[in-house]
Design a protein around this ligand. Structure first.
Ligand code: SF4
Ligand code: SF4
Length: 414
């Protein structure tokens, strides 16, 4: 197939000094032996493609670079974690570059991978990648929590929260309800945030989702929007504004809202959580959005909880392996990466690994199971559900029973 002109990425391709700093941090590359799967290898390949596309010296130099299936595969063997960008000596915006190139591959018929094509089709048809009934989208809402009209905050569960990991948004709204937050959901009118489409290059399919969600959310009259999914959070708070229409609400990740409530002494931290806890930064929340401190501040505010940090944390956090459409196409690799992250957590002596994203919870749980780890993987919402239980109630978790704390509320530690 004839090669089409690449997007305007020459400045980035030229900026690469081939230092290779990006190689050792790339978890996806560690699953394969090929240099061509590394960030540096992909940049080198793109450079050759770009030269070929100019056509000037091809005949003289005998260049015959093609968009091979192996190159397409390499472009999709990437979790979009952004670790390469965090260490890049030349400050190349690699996360965006990978997405730009995936989009180019789709436009020119080389991508996406088969499973991503199916996902995009389903999002178009039923507004979620799981092919679930859109009419049942709001069924996860816990019956005991009132819904308000108009609400103060819209709770955006996302597709995974709505259909696969319902416990996380359920626990999220239960916790927020205990702090008196008046919420509602879009229900059937909540469509996929379009993150799976943007990350895999099928951007053109995502416009409807973004516009629909913004329009319906604006119609509810809420001032805030809260979400427990890190992928939804990045997409709604950043990508909607970049590409489509900015959300009309203040968009919060659950960890940020919980931190705000604790600071305002509205969230009753009634119980101790007597565990050694470490925290995994979801890439879409940490490296991509800079939300590092709120989840840590929430955890440190809980009595009895001993917080320990992994060696690789915050900007240098190891990816769990679930993002960028990688898990859906290369599940075995994704679970192996998650097992590595579990080993990081075990090395701290923690018995509980907390994170803030349903994708991370699923993949890390599978990674723990694969290596027979005893560490318990929990979402922050699950922990807060336990420690905010009314004093007289029995905490919900099967973990060690929590004791009433000395203080009913506590400000976050520094
Ligand atoms: S974004 Fe992550 S997985 Fe993708 S190339 Fe960079 S380091 Fe590797
Ligand atoms: S770290 Fe940046 S400059 Fe160095 S090889 Fe990787 S992409 Fe190129």
């Amino acid at each position: 197939m004839e090669i089409q002109k690449l997007p305007h990425i020459e400045q980035y391709l030229n900026a690469c000094v081939q230092c290779g700093y990006c190689i050792s941090v790339c978890e996806a590359h560690h699953q394969t032996p090929w240099e061509s799967d590394t960030p540096r290898g992909k940049i080198y390949y793109l450079r050759q493609l770009d030269l070929k596309a100019t056509g000037a010296m091809d005949k003289v130099l005998g260049r015959d670079i093609q968009v091979s299936p192996e190159f397409v595969d390499a472009m999709y063997k990437c979790t979009g974690c952004g670790n390469c960008e965090a260490v890049c000596h030349a400050n190349i915006p690699l996360t965006d570059l990978w997405e730009t190139m995936r989009n180019w591959l789709v436009i020119h018929g080389y991508g996406p991978m088969p499973v991503h094509k199916t996902m995009a089709k389903k999002v178009h048809q039923v507004h979620n990648p799981y092919n679930e009934d859109p009419k049942k989208r709001g069924d996860w809402w816990p019956k005991e929590v009132p819904r308000y009209n108009p609400p103060d905050a819209i709770f955006f569960a996302g597709c995974t929260g709505s259909y696969r990991q319902q416990g996380i948004p359920q626990n999220g709204v239960r916790v927020l309800n205990r702090a008196g937050v008046r919420m509602n959901i879009l229900g059937e009118d909540e469509w996929c945030c379009s993150s799976p489409l943007l990350r895999t290059g099928t951007d053109s399919e995502s416009l409807d989702c973004a516009l629909h969600n913004v329009e319906k959310a604006d119609g509810m009259g809420a001032k805030d929007m809260i979400m427990t999914c890190a992928g939804c959070y990045k997409t709604v708070s950043m990508d909607f504004g970049r590409y489509y229409a900015k959300a009309g609400q203040n968009v919060y990740h659950f960890s940020q809202y919980a931190e705000k409530l604790i600071k305002a002494r509205k969230l009753p931290l009634n119980h101790e959580f007597n565990h050694t806890v470490t925290y995994h930064d979801p890439c879409h929340l940490g490296r991509h959005m800079g939300v590092y401190d709120p989840p840590r501040n929430v955890l440190k505010a809980i009595k009895g909880l001993k917080f320990v940090e992994m060696t690789r944390s915050r900007e240098s956090s190891r990816c769990c392996g679930a993002g960028g459409g990688y898990k859906s196409q290369y599940n075995n690799f994704a679970v192996r990466i998650a097992s590595e992250r579990i080993r990081d957590a075990e090395a701290t002596g923690a018995d509980v690994l907390v994170t803030c994203c349903p994708f991370c919870v699923v993949n890390l749980s599978q990674g723990a199971k694969a290596i027979g780890s005893k560490i318990k993987v929990m979402d922050l919402a699950d922990v807060l559900l336990e420690v905010t239980a009314p004093i007289e109630a029995v905490p919900a978790s099967a973990a060690a029973p929590a004791k009433p704390a000395v203080a009913a509320t506590a400000a976050p530690k520094a």
